[in-house]
Design a protein around this ligand. Structure first.
Ligand SMILES: [Zn+2]
Ligand SMILES: [Zn+2]
Length: 383
């Protein structure tokens, strides 16, 4: 009467979706009421269809594996199984349970099959978000980049499909919570007796006890695995900003979707530039004559060299703004600015010609510098 869906299709419990569909086509062709002589063909055919419907729906199949045939089909008749709810189940039969409280029959069924309301029980839950870090250089932040991140993360155990036990393990209803997954505790407080509902410590909310744990995950349904992911870094990203990779986090529970992976980016700006939001700052050396007479100098930016006019009479330490020559704005058009602080370089040594010219310059300006017996003479004699 209650034949296991896997047996109905004649597939093993770890059959792939492809194998299940193939087996379904074969069985359906054989048992279709139009072609079969069997008087029970129609009933048989319905069973085959039901088996295929459940086993090819990832969420339903997981519930089926966890609940077993008997409990699943009962719950299914009352419309309390997943499917159609989509990943996460929000808005579906599970998410709607809160609203159905007190609606008599439904709540009882809900408690019976899903271990009570609230946060406990076997409701599908999205997995945790995971976090990791990634360092890129300024050029990569400027142009955007595709980078690889390697992390060790919890992943659904392949061996048991996340169930935590071998598919053929014997199962019994948890005697402590009678399968509800939660237990009531009565506490005496100054205000009177307070009833508290907590997750059942014996079955950890599962409502069921299995004779055997999965050898690979020890019953968690989750193993840690190294994964390498390709990350698209958008141009203009700043240190401390995070990229979210959806559904790359920890596995969900009870058929819930995976969490997300958050990648915090650190931009190593290097020695040449300082970054201030989308603006960049850089120091540029000019010679004394360039500062005096003015000149056009080449300033190296992140993506090449731009020309900058240094006006005549520029003072050391003066800052010029090159509009739109900074970093790209993240996911917007335009760029920040590049601030160039000019430093006039004082020569550390002079040849004779330069020295004479400079002495003449000082003299012409009426400056009285004690060059003869002073600094310059000592400098000369030291060579
Ligand atoms: Zn396992
Ligand atoms: Zn229990």
């Amino acid at each position: 009467m209650s034949e296991d869906f896997y047996d109905v299709l004649g597939v093993s419990r770890d059959a792939s979706e492809e194998e299940i569909k193939k087996a379904y086509r074969k069985q359906a062709a054989e048992h279709h009421p139009d072609v079969s002589d069997d008087e029970n063909a129609e009933e048989r055919f319905k069973k085959i269809q039901k088996a295929k419907e459940v086993l090819t729906d990832e969420q339903k199949r997981q519930q089926y594996d966890q609940m077993g045939h008997e409990r699943f089909t009962q719950a299914d008749k009352r419309g309390a199984t997943g499917g159609g709810a989509g990943p996460g189940g929000a808005g579906g039969p599970f998410g709607g349970a809160g609203g159905a409280r007190g609606a008599g029959g439904f709540e009882d069924i809900f408690n019976q099959f899903f271990g009570g309301g609230g946060g406990g029980g076997n409701r599908p839950r999205q997995g945790r978000d995971l976090k990791t870090g990634l360092t890129i250089d300024l050029e990569e932040a400027f142009h955007g980049a595709t980078k690889e991140v390697t992390l060790t993360r919890p992943t659904e155990c392949d061996t048991c499909g996340g169930a935590g036990h071998p598919p053929d393990a014997d199962v019994e209803t948890c005697p402590q919570c009678n399968g509800r997954g939660q237990v009531q505790q009565v506490q005496q407080t100054p205000l009177g007796r307070v009833q508290q509902t907590t997750t059942c410590p014996r079955c950890e909310g599962e409502g069921e006890l299995y004779s055997e744990d999965c050898a690979d995950c020890g019953g968690d349904g989750v193993v840690r695995e190294e994964a390498t992911l390709s990350v698209e870094i958008p141009a203009g990203i700043r240190s401390g900003q995070s990229l979210r990779m959806e559904r790359e986090g920890a596995p969900g529970e009870n058929g819930g979707p995976k969490g997300d992976l958050l990648i915090e980016v650190d931009v190593d700006v290097g020695d040449r530039f300082e970054r201030d939001g989308d603006d960049l700052r850089v120091n540029e050396a000019v010679s004394f004559p360039q500062a005096v007479f003015g000149d056009t100098v080449g300033v190296q930016t992140v993506d090449g060299t731009v020309e900058m006019d240094v006006p005549a009479g520029t003072q050391s330490g003066e800052t010029f703004r090159l509009q739109g020559k900074g970093m790209p704005r993240l996911r917007r058009r335009g760029r920040g600015d590049l601030y160039v602080q000019v430093g006039v370089v004082v020569p550390e040594s002079l040849n004779d010609e330069q020295r004479e010219a400079l002495e003449a310059f000082a003299e012409a300006g009426g400056e009285d510098i004690d060059v003869g017996g002073g600094f310059f003479e000592k400098l000369k004699s030291s060579f």
